[in-house]
Design a protein around this ligand. Structure first.
Ligand code: ADP
Ligand code: GLC
Length: 493
């Protein structure tokens, strides 16, 4: 099975969120199952600062984008020990920028940047030759790939018989642009209609991917159900339910080498489930030093690591901080970056409760590992969550997740009740409605359980033994690829 993974970010090259974790690890897991996998992503400025050996391939071509035809230069990187060829599409004008997608505002030319990338990816698949079985696209940035494969490259031997799979990591980001950007795609205006590329007079790249892909997947079974109705489908629920036969939910795995408390270079004292207390204590000493404190706090450490955006339930965290920080029953550590208004409100909470609420603004991979290692409890109170990886990392690091019952959080966390404690399935604390009272109650239950040392130790050992490695999920992707290859392509009209 020859698979081309096409994504806008992947670790260790460039990352803004969980998408990069998935596109970094899934190709390796598929290769482990015998697939011949390559990955293509844009050559952002930051990919050159990771100490990786990146070489030119000599492949370069112009990509028609409206009236222009910018040059795509193809670079290649193969990491030591990896079987994956990673191709990087270089064009400095489009990709050599301080951040991937923009700051508090998206870059004004994001349509051009990802139309260019999607077309370059299909062109590259052709130039690399041979025959591809699967073009695996991730999120709106690659939404045009299935359309290009069917409408422009149908006669190219390398991709003609390939099938396209569109994986949705988040329905809230669809790649919506004004209708004139249709001109940049090079596709006929007749596809700009409400059943294909148009969404209320705008060009919708994710919709295009969903319409033209041969198979659609998303990153958990519960989210696959949620997006077939409002509000989960974010306006595309009708389309998604009309394609429900082609839609699968496959829960994400995690990279158990990168996220391993027993070998993690970002933590001071690696640990396993037998010496978790010693490992966590050392991590807390190191974290205290990062926070400018002489000694760690002895209260339960409640962590939040994530993008500070509406999706993640930051307002619930803010409300609960107001209620609980006053009681001093826990120490809160928040690592995140995003919406400046959330950052300001969290700064205010930290200033109101010094020593009880600590905020670290920024995106820092090493610090994310350290915080998970130091934490007793990790909050994931999301409004919606396609899969979520932080609750899986938390489990592996022996931090008990407190999550809202939505999307992948439903599929990966089992609430602690007398029954689930008895049958040994409890892995966290779950609340239903999106309200601060729910979070407050679930977190209070967690803090109470933390005070019961034998119970907590049992819970921590149990969550650390959960297997969230990619094995099972990669096999599901492989089965999806095999099924898709064996069926007829999605019709174009
Ligand atoms: P999403 O992709 O919606 O942001 P996930 O839970 O799937 O949510 O993945 C988030 C990823 O981003 C995790 O690897 C998490 O550790 C990382 N992350 C989020 N915020 C930060 C931050 N401020 N610093 C470092 N890593 C972060
Ligand atoms: C998205 C989702 C997150 C998911 C990640 C990787 O960013 O918000 O829930 O885990 O993609 O699939």
């Amino acid at each position: 099975m020859r698979v081309f993974e096409i994504a806008s970010e992947a670790v260790p090259f460039a990352k803004t969120g969980g998408l990069a974790d998935v596109t970094g690890a899934l190709p390796e897991a598929l290769a482990g199952l015998g697939c011949d996998v390559s990955l293509v992503m844009p050559a952002y400025g930051e990919v050159f600062s990771k100490g990786l050996t990146i070489e030119p391939t000599g492949i370069e071509f112009e990509v028609p984008i409206g009236a222009r035809a910018p040059l795509a230069r193809i670079l290649r990187c193969r990491r030591p020990g990896s079987r994956i060829d990673v191709y990087l599409v270089a064009n400095n004008e489009l990709y050599d920028r301080p951040t991937l997608y923009g700051g508090s505002h998206d870059y004004a030319d994001n349509a051009e940047r990802y139309i260019f990338f999607s077309r370059a990816a299909v062109e590259l698949a052709c130039r690399l030759g041979g025959r591809w079985d699967i073009l695996h696209c991730h999120d709106w940035q690659t939404g045009l790939v299935p359309a290009y494969q069917k409408l422009l490259y149908g006669s190219h031997a390398a991709v003609a018989a390939a099938r396209t799979v569109m994986t949705i990591h988040n329905m809230a980001y669809q790649g919506l642009f004004w209708h004139w950007d249709m001109l940049l795609t090079g596709l006929d205006w007749r596809y700009f209609n409400w059943q294909q590329m148009e969404f209320y007079s705008q060009l919708n790249l994710l919709k295009t991917g969903i319409v033209f892909a041969d198979a659609i997947s998303t990153v958990s079974p519960t989210y696959a159900r949620e997006i077939q109705s409002a509000p989960g489908g974010c306006g595309l629920e009708g389309l998604l339910s009309s394609r429900s036969d082609a839609l699968t939910g496959i829960v994400n795995g995690i990279d158990t080498v990168v996220w391993d408390p027993a070998t993690d270079p970002h933590i001071p004292r690696p640990y396993g489930s037998d010496d978790v207390d010693a490992g966590k204590y050392a991590a807390r000493v190191a974290l205290a030093a990062r926070l400018g404190r002489a000694a760690p706090d002895s209260r339960p450490l409640v962590a939040f690591v994530g993008r500070l955006v509406e999706q993640k339930g930051v307002e619930l965290v803010l409300e609960v901080l107001g209620r609980m920080a006053g009681s001093g029953s826990a120490h809160f550590v928040i690592l995140g970056t995003g919406n400046p208004e959330y950052e300001r409100q969290l700064q205010r909470a930290a200033a109101t409760f010094p020593g009880t609420v600590d905020l670290m603004v920024g995106f820092d991979e090493g610090l994310a590992h350290l915080v998970q290692a130091a934490a007793d409890i990790t909050l994931v109170p999301s409004r919606f969550e396609p899969c979520g990886l932080t609750q899986l990392y938390a489990q592996r690091y022996g931090s008990i997740p407190v999550v809202r019952a939505t999307g992948g959080l439903v599929d990966t966390v089992v609430d602690t009740t007398p029954e689930t404690l008895r049958d040994g399935t409890a892995t966290g604390f779950v609340f239903e409605g999106f309200d601060a009272a729910g979070l407050d109650a679930a977190l209070s239950r967690a803090i109470e359980a933390h005070a019961d040392k034998p119970l907590w130790t049992r819970l921590v050992r149990h969550v650390m033994r959960q297997d969230w490695s990619w094995g099972t999920s990669a096999r599901e992707y492989l089965r999806l690829f095999e099924r898709t290859l064996a069926s007829a392509p999605a019709p174009v009209e």
